[in-house]
Design a protein. Structure first.
Length: 350
């Protein structure tokens, strides 16, 4: 009897131990299955992510090439306009492109690009600005909402920035001013290479240059590339025309509307007649020419199977033999940050 009881106890203990081992084994199996599922899901997620990344990269490259094709199309239109000033024939598509910033759309098989061209000869060239012609820039600033005293500081500081000497104008700034800033630097004493350099000049801010939600900036009316010092009224926007002493808003509107047909002699005569309102010495600040030699272009490409656009900005110079060269090429071109407080010469350091 004793043997039987002990045998039963041992048998029960063995069964309990065996059952515990089976439970542990089951838990381990479940853990292994869980780990394998996590690994499988991770590989699946990584595969999808890699596929999406590859797709986005491919679409981005396609939009880049499409936007760059838009720039090349713009150059072709400019060369055509230079070689055919009377516009008696047109390029493929049957539409004459204007050089006033009007956007033109070209469709492709699976997307499209939009191109705008602006003749730089209708802008204010800050590199050829002089003390005599600086009144145009001051008027542009005050017309855009800048106080007259602040405009005087900006204009004089621009002239000081690009001249070769260290003499400071009445409201200007030279290296001694810029070296006193928290992040010191010296005045360039040379021409501007880009319009973005204006943010280094005393008094200039991002809001004045690029604009804000409430008002437009002045950057679209300035140039560092236009040939000569005069403003071509055949290409100037209304804002630039109104900056010329003697040209009112009414006259500017009439000039812009009269430019609708550049091959119409009556339009040219009408515009030249209205320029009589510009009296000496300011009449030397304007010219009446055909297509200029420097052009700013912007091309944005869109694809049907992806969101967003890829934008390229470029400035091209047309040489006398109709060869061309780029003086500015940005790809991709992103919009600047607006309303940013400058610490290097903005309005906080007047």
């Amino acid at each position: 009897m004793m043997f039987s009881e002990r045998s039963l106890e041992r048998s029960a203990a063995w069964r309990a131990t065996a059952g515990g081992d089976k439970g542990i084994a089951l838990i381990m199996v479940l853990w292994v299955l869980t780990v394998l599922m996590v690994i499988a899901l991770s590989f699946s997620y990584m595969g999808r992510t890699e596929s999406q990344t590859s797709l986005a990269f491919r679409q981005g490259v396609e939009k880049k090439f499409l936007a760059e094709a838009g720039i090349e199309k713009g150059v072709a239109e400019i060369l055509y306009a230079k070689m055919n000033p009377n516009r008696q024939v047109v390029l493929e598509g049957g539409e004459i492109w204007k050089m006033d910033g009007t956007p033109y759309t070209v469709k492709t098989d699976d997307g499209y690009y939009t191109v705008s061209i602006v003749d730089e000869s209708g802008k204010i060239n800050i590199n050829t600005l002089t003390d005599a012609s600086a009144i145009i820039l001051k008027n542009l600033l005050t017309n855009s909402g800048v106080e007259a005293a602040e405009a005087d500081i900006i204009v004089d500081s621009i002239l000081d920035w690009k001249d070769a000497d260290d003499l400071t104008r009445l409201n200007g700034a030279e290296s001694d001013y810029y070296m006193s800033l928290p992040n010191p630097y010296k005045a360039k004493n040379a021409s501007f290479d880009t319009l973005e350099e204006l943010l280094l000049v005393r008094g200039m801010t991002s809001e004045i240059l690029y604009g804000s939600d409430k008002k437009k900036g002045i950057i679209d009316f300035l140039s560092v590339n236009s040939m000569g010092g005069g403003i071509n009224v055949n290409a100037a926007p209304k804002e630039v025309l109104m900056a010329v002493p003697g040209i009112t808003a009414e006259i500017a509107d009439t000039i812009v509307s009269s430019r609708g047909n550049p091959s119409d002699p009556a339009s040219a005569t009408n515009i030249q007649g209205m320029l009589a309102a510009v009296q000496p010495p300011f009449n030397s600040l304007v010219t009446f020419g055909a297509v200029g030699n420097a052009f700013a272009m912007e091309s944005s490409a869109y694809k049907a199977d992806s969101k967003g656009a890829y934008t390229v900005k470029a400035t091209v110079i047309i040489e006398s033999d109709n060869k061309f060269r780029y003086t500015y090429y940005k790809s991709p071109a992103k919009n600047p940050v607006k309303n940013q407080k400058e610490s290097n010469g903005g309005s906080d350091h007047n």
